[in-house]
Design a protein around this ligand. Structure first.
Ligand SMILES: C[S@@+](CC[C@H](N)C(=O)[O-])C[C@H]1O[C@@H](n2cnc3c(N)ncnc32)[C@H](O)[C@@H]1O
Length: 214
């Protein structure tokens, strides 16, 4: 029932966490966490009433008791027990909006944005939120990046923010392929533009070498 992305998200949850899945949709993650006793407590919320109705049906048919909220991010949630949030399956701008509405009680963010992973890393860093761990997983032909983020400072540089810190070589090979596709479309006389992408490919190859040397 639960896919590899959601399982990987669950792997970042600890038994003492009080979790809310803020974009729960079907609530599969919350159900999985509760059924397997992977956290102290779990809540589920969504901005969409229809999604939430499906979530409630799934929770009831799983014979579980999970409190749900209809809410845009944290805007309609008043529960200061919650210390961990999952924000997954939405774009980077929505991830950031939800983070910006999060209460101080949130200590841990588990994030899987649908897009713009590099810009998201920069924006998190600017907000004083630091990626402690990152995993890239391939699920049904699509890569997902899952970030474990807290307020504990982690030194970063331009490259680590751009490419992250997953240990998945396949993911970096995929990024190289994407860079090569872009490069192939740039006319030969656009020297500087081509150089940027060649440089990116060079850095990505270095990352792959570093991973394989470990
Ligand atoms: C594609 S589903 C993701 C489901 C699950 N989290 C996953 O990653 O597989 C995206 C869900 O996010 C919800 N959503 C989008 N923007 C939201 C917001 N600002 N606050 C809460 N939920 C939101 C949508 O209604 C939808 O149910």
């Amino acid at each position: 029932m639960i896919n590899l992305k959601l399982k990987t998200i669950a792997s970042f949850v600890s038994p003492e966490d009080i979790v809310i899945d803020t974009c729960c949709d079907h609530a599969y993650l919350a159900i999985y966490l509760k059924q397997n006793h992977l956290c102290k407590e779990v809540y589920a919320s969504d901005i969409n009433i229809h999604a939430l109705e499906v979530a409630r049906k799934n929770i009831t048919s799983s014979k579980l008791n999970i409190t749900t909220y209809l809410s845009d991010g944290f805007k309609s949630i008043n529960n200061s027990d919650i210390d961990t949030t999952v924000i997954a399956g939405v774009g980077a701008n929505t991830v950031l909006d939800i983070i910006d509405s999060a209460p101080q009680s949130i200590k841990k963010y588990i994030i899987s944005s649908n897009n713009n992973w590099d810009e998201l890393r920069f924006s998190l860093y600017q907000r004083g939120l630091y990626i402690q761990e990152e995993k890239a997983v391939l699920d049904k032909g699509k890569f997902y990046v899952i970030m474990l983020v807290t307020k504990d400072y982690v030194k970063e540089n331009k490259l680590s923010l751009k490419y992250g810190k997953s240990n998945n070589q396949e993911y970096y090979l995929y990024l190289i392929k994407k860079e090569q596709e872009v490069l192939a479309k740039i006319p030969r006389n656009k020297f500087m533009k081509r150089l940027n992408h060649k440089r990116n490919i060079y850095y990505l190859r270095k990352i792959i070498k570093r991973i394989s040397d470990c």
